[in-house]
Write a new protein. Structure first.
Ligand code: NAD
Length: 361
């Protein structure tokens, strides 16, 4: 656990104040806590079913607060998680969280179009910020979120849970070390059948559309399996349910080219069940199925199976990000990582609008 003693040692080792990350100062100026306090903003599916239960398992942080627009949820969560009245906020009085020392981290788990507003408000309140993927609907939003956090000297972590999974890290290592020679071609699919018809995922103004939602998993798969950033994209959208997908795309396919010449063919859908990644290299291959589930990501390569145990992926993510805040070290998936993806997502939309034209990124 990070302590004042660690801070003094780090400071002494660092040698000069200029070498101390701003977030080290953030933790040093606060009373020592064994666990950082987290407030979840938006109590929908992901907060309710995954994040709140994971926060019961974490070592470096704990659920202490909520921000919700629904009074009945506030009451139920207060009872279930033994939350103090003073740690329960709504969207209107949220900014008062600045005066609440119980809450160190605000985790934004709202529809994507609301991420920017709540990340910026949390940063201005001086809180460390976690934000769900997709980071935001536009590059301009992402840049504003990164700037707000930098200006207020707080960290911004994006909820790319798979990056904390040792099975993802195993295939990233193949790319990094060219274990099977250079990665030449990645094929990746991320999708499920969404039976809902009027959810934010089908609503453009709220940040819906499969490309930002499941599409970032396929994109992450391609980026992590090559270890490179794409330089161009072509893309196509399809729908089999035009009555439901009136405003946004149901299925997207996109093709990426990377600086090394590696190629990726990515598929993502709200109508097709798929969760796989295959990388073909100069002298071998690796594959994962599933590659982006909450549990049980696994795969193989000519070296044998990839199947590392992981007790709870979200708890691992929350603990590692909280530790980075406590120690003032780098986050695994900071705001810039979300921005990388949204740059490509924007290019995908441009390509489709131009009839599938190749767009340089
Ligand atoms: P959800 O629809 O279940 O919950 C959204 C919450 O936002 C609800 O509590 C809703 O009341 C609230 N909300 C406030 N204003 C709203 C408005 N104007 N319209 C709609 N809802 C409003 O969504 P979710 O599945 O929990 O997704 C929330 C975020 O978490 C999204 O960014 C999503 O991509 C992300 N997510 C991530 C993962 C993951 O594996 N990392 C999984 C699921 C969802």
């Amino acid at each position: 656990m990070f302590s004042r003693r660690d801070f003094l040692i780090n400071t002494a080792l660092g040698g000069a104040a200029s070498l101390i990350a701003p977030n080290t100062l953030w933790s040093a100026t606060r009373p020592k806590k064994d666990k950082l306090g987290v407030a979840l903003v938006g109590l929908g599916y992901y907060s309710t079913d995954l994040l709140a239960p994971a926060l019961q398992l974490t070592k470096n942080c704990q659920l202490v607060g909520i921000v919700t627009g629904t009074p009945s949820k506030a009451e139920a969560w207060k009872k279930k998680y033994n939350l103090a009245d003073k740690n329960i906020y709504n969207y209107q009085n949220f900014d008062q969280i600045a005066n609440n020392p119980d809450i160190d981290i605000v985790y934004v788990v709202l529809p994507p179009s609301m991420h920017r507003e709540f990340v910026v408000r949390a940063a201005k309140a001086g809180k460390q910020v976690f934000c769900e993927k997709p980071m935001a609907p536009s590059v301009a939003d992402c840049q504003a979120m990164i700037k707000a956090c930098a200006d207020n000297k707080v960290k911004l972590a994006i909820g790319y849970r798979c990056q904390h999974d040792p099975n993802t890290q195993a295939f990233q290592k193949f790319a990094k070390e060219s274990t099977f020679g250079k990665v030449r071609m990645v094929t990746c699919g991320a999708g499920y059948f969404d039976a809902r018809t009027t959810h934010w995922k089908q609503n453009k103004a709220l940040g819906g559309g499969v490309m930002g939602d499941m599409g970032v998993y396929a994109l992450q798969g391609a980026r992590l399996a090559t270890g490179e950033e794409p330089i161009s994209v072509t893309a196509q959208f399809h729908t089999t349910r035009p009555d439901i997908y009136k405003e946004v795309e149901e299925t997207a396919t996109f093709q990426l080219e990377f600086p090394s010449g590696a190629l990726a063919a990515c598929h993502t859908s709200f109508g097709i069940n798929m969760n796989y990644l295959q990388a073909n290299c100069e002298k071998g291959w690796f594959k994962m199925e599933p590659f982006s589930s909450y549990t049980g990501n696994k795969g193989s390569s000519p070296q044998g199976p990839i199947n590392f145990p992981l007790e709870n992926q979200q708890a691992r993510q929350l603990d590692e990000d909280a530790e980075a805040i406590m120690k003032g070290t780098a986050l695994l998936a900071p705001g810039e990582e979300g921005l990388h993806d949204i740059r490509v997502v924007e290019a995908v939309y441009k390509s489709v609008a131009a009839g599938g034209k190749l767009i340089k990124i």
